[in-house]
Design a protein around this ligand. Structure first.
Ligand code: CUA
Length: 352
């Protein structure tokens, strides 16, 4: 009969490592399952950067192999050997010196020319058909603004673009320095207060791509994510048309017929002061800019800047105790009752 033997220390580490690998595996799926790597470029600019990466890798590895080969040859060929005479002692060798000056110079030029070209291409003037998006980094979320005529469509934490349409992202910091990076679209760029840093790229494949803030910007820097959604041109037009209008659920006849929880939630949103920090197109008095614009929040994939999946449970969790989800966030614990939170969530979930 087999007997189970447990070695205390071992099993403890076993469970710790099992838990750790579970956590790691969970990180691969879930809400962060979208591509977030520059080795799978999905825009012209990202492909250029990936090409540069491959070029420098190939050249670097080539130089490394050559240097190690010559070193190995010298070490073996001239190792101490009593049977061999001492090698001839020389001083200076013009051919060798020219070679090890010119070859690196040529290699650096091969890298420098496309690098400088890619840098300038990334912030060239946008063509007339380009989509211009302002990206503003705040502690700890992203505001995206689409100026159209006299109007501006505002959203948060999801930047929507169209495949085949050049995008200029005009990046700045709202409070402190942040850094905008969606690796599948190209390089990163600082978001600095009172300064605009623009990047240009053309998305090439529909999909959702992860991005995040890549400059330490305070307590919850690691919780400042974003998603770039690349639509087909038609899909983008539909998304944009919807964003530009008030949430359909705010229309009077719809509201009148709505569940009373939604109506109470809408009143609470005003009474409890949410309107001071959040804007909702069509919700009277909701014009605040301290927090994300919530006009179509129900359509977003996540809440709290990519930290939680957007569903009723997580909305309750976030509203009840934002500080537990995102330490230091400007949104405070407002001392809601459970019932009030249910109402607010019912209202927010209608904002499509
Ligand atoms: Cu914003 Cu780090």
């Amino acid at each position: 009969m087999k007997q189970r033997v447990t070695i205390p220390g071992r099993s403890r580490w076993g469970s710790v490592s099992a838990l750790a690998s579970l956590a790691l595996l969970a990180a691969c799926g879930g809400i962060d399952k979208y591509p977030e790597t520059w080795s799978e470029p999905r825009s012209d600019w990202a492909r250029e950067i990936w090409g540069l990466q491959q070029l420098t890798t190939v050249l670097g590895v080539g130089v490394g192999i050559a240097v190690f080969a010559v070193t190995a040859y010298i070490v073996l060929r001239f190792r101490h050997n009593p049977d061999h005479p001492e090698p001839e002692q020389v001083h200076g060798n013009t051919t060798l010196e020219l070679a090890w000056t010119l070859i690196p110079a040529v290699l650096l030029a091969i890298i420098a020319v496309p690098t400088v070209r890619a840098i300038f291409a990334s912030h060239r003037e946008p063509p007339p058909n380009a989509l211009v998006v302002e990206a503003i980094g705040w502690q700890w979320w992203w505001e995206f603004r689409y100026p159209v005529g006299n109007d501006t469509v505002v959203t948060a934490n999801e930047i929507h673009v169209a495949v085949g349409t050049p995008v200029q992202v005009r990046i700045r910091g709202g409070d402190v320095v942040h850094n905008f990076w969606v690796p599948a679209m190209g390089g990163k760029r600082y978001a600095i207060p009172n300064r605009v840093n623009a990047i240009m790229f053309t998305p090439e494949e529909p999909g959702v791509y992860m991005g995040r803030c890549t400059e330490f910007c305070g307590d919850s820097h690691a919780l400042m994510r974003m998603r770039l959604v690349a639509h087909t041109p038609d899909g983008f037009r539909r998304w944009f048309a919807n964003e530009a209008t008030p949430s359909s659920q705010l229309a009077e006849p719809v509201l009148a017929a709505a569940d009373s929880a939604v109506l109470v939630g809408k009143q609470l949103f005003s009474q409890k002061g949410c309107v001071g920090c959040h804007a909702i197109r069509g919700h009277e008095g909701a014009v605040g800019r301290l927090g994300p614009n919530l006009t179509h929040v129900a359509n977003r994939r996540t809440i709290a800047a990519g930290v939680l999946e957007n569903n009723a449970t997580n909305l309750r969790l976030w509203i009840n105790n934002p500080q537990a989800v995102k330490p230091g966030a400007k949104m405070q614990n407002l001392g809601w009752t459970d019932q009030e939170v249910q109402y607010i969530v019912a209202y927010l979930q209608t904002l499509q």
